[in-house]
Design a protein around this ligand. Structure first.
Ligand code: NAD
Length: 432
């Protein structure tokens, strides 16, 4: 099938590459000329494990191409996916629909024949109706259906999740559109649950799922606080809880709070939708508030670890919002660093993938090191803020030799606490 994807970001690009790998003819469209130029030149614009090889293979096969022209991407397409951003509105914190509305308006005039417009972006309930109205107004003779096709991929596992989704949710109120999507995802038919629901249910499933996962993280963080006061160990508690299949093991890792481009904005958007529909989302409202507080608490935990040192040097390991990605949007690490900078901290940071994206946010307010070992040189404390695998196997003896004071605040419970203490470190984890 012919597919046009509008928006080549963390969702649009892996989706486009995945669909090309399945054998579809995919045109990825973006209005960011630099991104398209890079992609056309064979340079990936995001970091995702396993993406590079598939990207090159599908360009070479001729199934994957890139353009800034809406016309080129939309005109021939059987399915057009909208995968543009839906950031929080600066004032109300509801999902800002300006990119969605612009994309819908821009694509409308290029529709020819019957086309399914599928919304991959996370959008408030009722957005399908708005897109339908916008397109019909701009191009009254267009023949199309709008479906909700929410994306559940995890950054850092985008390709894995594309090929092994837990479910494919399709919110379509038209039989014809449902059949088009069945064909598009035919490769998954025997192995993945394909859930056909009302468009508004589909739009809600995405927000309800993300808000639930965010609450789960907030819950385990609160339990970690409890463990710290009572002598229980959160890792043991989380393991014991997770063995209950009704609870599940995932999203029970205590840490510095959730971040990224989805949970913060999606919880705020869900809370806003609740308020505008006179349904107060008490759990979500609390989760948002406590998660914001948590990042400040983590910053003060780090500062407290060096309160006896004048002009302390802080080594930060990890800038991305989680391991496996270069994405720093709403990263707890960035927010913790911002709080540390408020207190005039001297920071040297290292991240295996996210130095470039972090530098766009932090500029020269901190210093950047080329390795974890260079970051900790002469440091008074090391703060581990992202759960990168490579930090798990750091040579702690060498780290200790390089530091001025042997202190670790491990906000991800990544290191072996016992080993660190045996090597003379003052070690603080989470919920221990
Ligand atoms: P992103 O910011 O990485 O990418 C969006 C892209 O859309 C950008 O490259 C931008 O230039 C492009 N764009 C914007 N307006 C355009 C237009 N009119 N024409 C062409 N291109 C345009 O965003 P993302 O992280 O890929 O997220 C996209 C959507 O998917 C959001 O709604 C997000 O909530 C949702 N989502 C994201 C994830 C994730 O892990 N990042 C997971 C599930 C769902």
């Amino acid at each position: 099938m012919k597919v046009g994807i509008i928006g080549t970001g963390y969702v649009g690009l892996p989706t486009g590459i995945g669909l090309a790998e399945l054998g579809h003819q995919v045109v990825c469209i973006d209005n960011d000329v630099n991104k398209i130029d890079a992609l056309k030149a064979g340079r990936l614009t995001i970091f995702e494990d396993g993406l590079e090889e598939m990207f090159q293979r599908n360009i070479a096969s001729g199934r994957l191409s890139f353009t800034t022209s809406m016309k080129m991407g939309v005109e021939q397409a059987d399915v057009v996916m909208i995968a543009v951003g839906t950031p929080p509105h600066p004032v109300t914190k509801e999902a800002d629909m300006k990119y969605i509305h612009a994309a819908a308006t821009e694509l409308a005039e290029h529709l020819t024949g019957y086309t399914v417009i599928a919304t991959k972006s996370t959008v408030p309930v009722g957005t399908g109706d708005d897109i339908e109205a916008l397109i019909a107004k701009k191009n009254p003779i267009a023949h199309f259906d709008v479906v909700s096709l929410p994306e559940f991929l995890r950054e850092g596992f985008a390709i894995h999740d594309f090929f092994h989704p837990d479910r494919i949710v399709i919110g379509a109120d038209s039989e014809r559109a449902r059949n088009v999507l069945k064909n598009l995802y035919a490769a998954f038919q025997d192995k993945t649950e394909m859930l056909f629901v009302k468009r508004r249910s589909s739009e809600t499933i995405k927000y309800a799922s993300n808000a639930f996962l965010a609450m789960k993280i907030h819950y385990i963080n609160e339990m970690a606080n409890f463990c710290e006061k009572t002598g229980a160990d959160i890792d043991e508690v989380a393991h014991g809880m997770g063995l209950d299949s009704r609870i599940g093991k995932k999203f029970l890792n205590p840490g510095p709070g959730f971040g990224g481009s989805c949970f913060p904005k999606d919880t705020m958007a869900m809370a806003y939708m609740g308020r505008t529909n006179n349904v107060y989302m008490s759990l979500i409202e609390t989760t948002i508030q406590k998660n914001a507080e948590r990042k400040k608490e983590m910053a003060w935990r780090i500062l407290d670890a060096v309160k006896d040192v004048s002009n302390p040097k802080i080594a930060v390991l990890g800038l991305a919002f989680k391991g496996g990605t270069d994405d720093c949007r709403e990263s707890p690490a960035i927010e913790i660093i911002a709080e540390l900078l408020e207190q005039h901290a001297d920071i040297m940071a290292y991240d295996p993938q996210a130095m470039g994206t972090a530098a766009q946010l932090l500029g020269d307010k901190i210093r950047y090191a080329d390795s974890a070992y260079l970051a900790v040189k002469e440091a008074d404390v090391v703060a581990i803020l992202t759960e990168w695998k490579e930090f798990e196997s750091l040579d702690l003896e060498q780290i200790g030799d390089l530091m001025r004071h042997k202190r670790i605040v491990d906000c991800r419970n990544l290191l072996n606490a016992e080993q660190a203490r045996l090597l003379g470190f003052t070690y603080q984890g989470i919920g221990k």
